[in-house]
Design a protein around this ligand. Structure first.
Ligand SMILES: [Zn+2]
Length: 150
């Protein structure tokens, strides 16, 4: 993923996802480390995508992000699995860097604590990263695109 706009912490979350080192119950069960595959919070099948888009409060931020990406880019993130999102879809699409930035934030934000996060906190995360980039002069053409989102 060659996107210098993605902060290091978000990037390392994405690598954890792609390398399947997130200890979701389906994975632990497969390795004999858990006797079921259910999410301890909601009793649904516990997968990475479950945590990112349907567990607890993560639903809100997923829905918000999805709506923004459909409106601005015509991209529906419901159509991808986590590998599709990171490996196939970004580079080939117009403005890939911009929507990759949104989705990486979403993954980073939701993956470890879907029950605690809410939409306002997700938007705050995006705004503070945008602010840091403005301050450091890292935004150029990119700035125009992300400012219209937030
Ligand atoms: Zn759950």
């Amino acid at each position: 993923m060659n996107n210098s706009l993605i902060p290091t912490t978000w990037r390392s979350t994405v690598y954890r996802i792609l390398n399947e080192v997130i200890p979701v119950a389906t994975k632990l069960n497969r390795h004999g480390m858990c006797d079921n595959t259910l999410c301890s919070l909601c009793q649904s099948e516990d997968t990475i995508l479950h945590r990112i888009r349907s567990c607890g409060l993560s639903k809100e931020s997923w829905k918000w992000c999805k709506t923004k990406l459909i409106d601005k880019f015509g991209i529906n993130i419901d159509n991808f699995d986590e590998h599709g999102i990171f490996q196939l879809s970004f580079e080939t699409k117009k403005d890939g860097n911009v929507w990759q930035w949104f989705v990486c934030a979403l993954f980073h934000f939701n993956i470890d604590s879907p029950s605690k996060t809410n939409l306002n906190q997700y938007i705050t995360l995006l705004r503070s990263d945008r602010y840091e980039k403005c301050k450091s002069g890292a935004l150029s053409k990119f700035s125009k695109k992300i400012f219209c989102f937030l």
